[in-house]
Design a protein around this ligand. Structure first.
Ligand code: FES
Length: 336
């Protein structure tokens, strides 16, 4: 329906029989919403069907390239991935898709401007119905007259490209399950230095500190721990963690995870005067004598403590894994 027909069928819209309470004076015609004689179904190539069809085929070809690039992405990803090639394929795919959409919108869809005068009040139901009708006519060239482009090209290509976009989900890897809750510490694991040497209760002098791993796992960063000899200083244990330290003569040995509970950096600085461990990344500071609870910085959880024991020969061993997850709180820690 053209604007002229619309005027014929909805004369009250164009001439206005609205009362004075609606903003126009009695008998004053409303300004037209659509200028007389304007055809709101017009598009640039409507009068040139041959060129319209050629353009349609060209757009289909562009979107076909997008589909081929989508398949190419799947193949490249499946065969091991190659970041540069994937980048070129993505560039070509999105480029062709975008150029095709641009050509379609500029040449095959109604694209001229309609200037309407703004009304101050809500329109009549007839006016609103006419607007809906006009919108439907505007969508028609896209959804029905261009069925070839929409149904036979855009939808399949979108499907292929959508599937290609889902493939990188496989890169997320296997589910971690309970792996995030455990380290390589096990009952009876000897504490060893980075060169694999097992340590005894007498190896660390008072106020000394050493980084240790479970024997056989010195390459496992999650299992790194620091052991500190606090001498005879009193320690405050958290509920359920009393007796995690080893006291032998003048030595008092406590061991904590080396993985910062803020963002996972290695806690590697030790202030012997204040008996504090400090993370160099954001300066979270943990009080060793108070269960390594954070006293400064962004960390909100204490460093987990390793329960220590002594094996024959005076070797220091772990009595179990940490009894709580180490590191930052990426997972559920209800009760913290
Ligand atoms: S990672 Fe340790 S303070 Fe941020």
């Amino acid at each position: 329906m053209t604007a002229t027909e619309e005027r014929k069928f909805f004369p009250e819209i164009m001439t206005g029989t609205h009362g004075p309470e609606e903003g126009a004076g009695a008998g004053t015609p409303w300004p037209d919403d659509v200028p007389p004689g304007q055809d709101d179904t017009w598009y640039p190539l409507r009068d040139d069907p041959w060129r319209a069809q050629r353009l349609e085929y060209f757009i289909a070809m562009l979107w076909g390239v997008t589909g081929v690039c989508g398949i190419g992405l799947m193949v490249v990803y499946w065969t091991g991935g190659q970041a540069q090639l994937e980048g070129y394929l993505l560039l070509a795919a999105f480029g062709c898709l975008g150029v095709g959409l641009l050509l379609w919108a500029r040449n095959l869809l109604p694209g001229h401007e309609v200037t309407a005068v703004r009304h101050q009040h809500i329109s009549d139901p007839e006016v609103r119905a006419a607007v809906v009708d006009s919108l439907a006519r505007g969508a028609e060239p896209m959804m029905s007259r261009r069925g070839f482009l929409v149904k036979k090209v855009l939808v399949p290509v979108g499907g292929i490209f959508g599937i290609a976009a889902l493939w990188p989900l496989a890169s997320l890897g296997p589910r971690p399950d309970s792996a995030l809750y455990h380290t390589k510490w096990y009952p009876g694991a000897r504490l060893v230095t980075e060169d694999g040497r097992a340590i005894t209760v007498d190896d660390i002098m008072v106020d000394g500190i050493l980084t240790v791993w479970p024997e056989g796992y010195i390459d496992n960063p999650e299992s790194g721990a620091v052991i500190i000899n606090i001498g005879g200083a009193p320690v405050q244990a958290r509920p359920g963690q009393a007796g995690f330290e080893v006291v032998s003569g003048a030595n008092g040995l406590v061991c904590f995870s080396k993985v910062c509970t803020h963002a996972g950096c290695a806690v590697s600085l030790f202030n012997v005067l204040s008996m504090q461990l400090i993370c160099p990344c954001h300066q979270s500071t943990f009080n060793i004598l108070q269960d390594c609870k954070p006293v400064f910085g962004p960390a909100s959880r204490p460093l987990p403590q390793l329960p220590l024991g002594v094996a024959p020969g005076g070797y220091l061993i772990a009595r179990s894994d940490f009894i709580e997850p180490i590191g930052p709180g990426f997972w559920n820690r209800s009760g913290d």
